[in-house]
Design a protein around this ligand. Structure first.
Ligand code: UDP
Ligand code: MG
Length: 329
């Protein structure tokens, strides 16, 4: 059935507790993918789901050889799941998408068209996100503003975790972007290559709940800023200069009080200055601590993900270490 000369697209789908969405995803996406101009493989990465997702994926893999599944040993996060997908994708192009049908499967045909036109990186840009509340939309816009303001990278505000790369760009991502604190979507936009954007309208989640709480997103945003910018580290220099200047003002004022009235109010001045100085210092120490945490994670070099078992995959089980080494060769 398979024609050897046809190109193949690897569709990577990260799955974390998606038992309610998976069957629907397969039912709706299968006919769409069957009609694609390219051959395809569905690479599901089960990111340590604790619900029935594993069983559903096992059943799907048993009846469809084009479905390949990687099961992680525990939850490693969406970013790790996408990286595992990139590591194990064998196609001429790789698409990363969600399992909840928020990323319309129909878009894959347009992506292939772009690949055929010669583009190597396709960014999927959301026009509207009907399922996210206003708070998520506002904070997301603010986040991109800050990030673009303080780092030297330019990120598309509405880019999503829905993107596609050709094999050569995928190779760069899997070889050179294995940082422990990662923001894959940011790298996709900054590796160069012939890049284009496609727009899509994010649909409401087909079933289940979003795995990203506001708290998780906040943590994620802070990490991303630390990843892409070293401006916070320089905060110490700026605040030092500001505090020094304020100190100078206070000194002038103290001398004036002493010369005119003979009794400067030393106690109040000292308390105000101490509070101010310590607040500033602790914030800066905290920021440095965050960077050290990232350095520490990098230094320990623990695996980004650990594979428990796989289905319909020729290779034997491997952690990202061995996958990374293989990719570097
Ligand atoms: N996901 C994952 N690991 C996680 C969290 C989420 O693999 O730790 C998957 C999830 O199953 C989904 C995709 O990543 O396919 C995006 O998550 P979600 O839809 O919850 O995020 P949202 O679309 O609401 O931003
Ligand atoms: Mg989603």
């Amino acid at each position: 059935m398979e024609q050897k000369d046809r190109k193949k697209i690897s569709i990577v789908i990260s799955v974390y507790n998606e038992e309610k969405a998976l069957a629907e995803f397969y039912r709706e996406a299968r006919p769409v993918f069957d009609a694609l101009a390219w051959e395809y493989e569905l690479l599901f990465v089960n990111d340590g789901s604790t619900d029935g997702s594993r069983r559903i994926l096992e059943e799907l893999a048993a009846k469809d050889r084009r479905i390949r599944v990687i099961h992680f040993s525990r939850n490693f996060g969406h970013e790790a799941a996408m990286l595992a997908g990139l590591d194990h994708a064998s196609g001429d192009g790789v698409v990363c998408m969600d399992a909840d049908l928020q990323h319309p499967p129909e878009c894959v045909a347009d992506i292939i068209e772009k690949f055929e036109e010669g583009f190597e990186v396709v960014n999927m840009v959301r026009t509207r996100n009907r399922s996210a509340g206003w708070l998520k939309n506002v904070t997301s816009a603010a986040f991109y503003r800050v990030l673009n303001g303080i780092s030297d990278v330019r990120l598309e505000p509405n880019a999503s975790d829905f993107f596609a790369v050709k094999a050569n760009a995928a190779q760069v991502l899997r070889r050179n972007y294995r940082e422990k604190v990662r923001f894959l979507r940011g790298y996709v936009q900054n590796i160069g290559f012939a890049r284009t954007n496609l727009t899509y309208e994010a649909r409401p989640r087909v079933a289940g709940e979003s795995k990203y709480s506001i708290r998780k997103l906040f943590k994620f945003s802070i990490n991303t800023i630390l990843c892409f910018s070293d401006l916070p580290l320089k905060l110490g220099i700026y605040s030092g200069m500001i505090v020094g200047f304020l100190g100078l003002l206070v000194m002038v004022n103290t001398i004036y009080e002493w010369a005119v009235h003979g009794t400067p109010n030393g106690y109040a001045t000292i308390v105000v200055l101490l509070c101010f100085m310590f607040a500033m210092l602790f914030v800066i120490v905290g920021i440095i601590g965050e960077y050290i945490a990232i350095l520490f994670a990098e230094l320990k070099d623990r695996p980004i993900y650990i594979i428990h078992d796989t289905q319909n995959m020729e290779e034997t089980e491997q952690t990202d270490q061995t996958a990374g080494e293989a990719a570097r060769k």
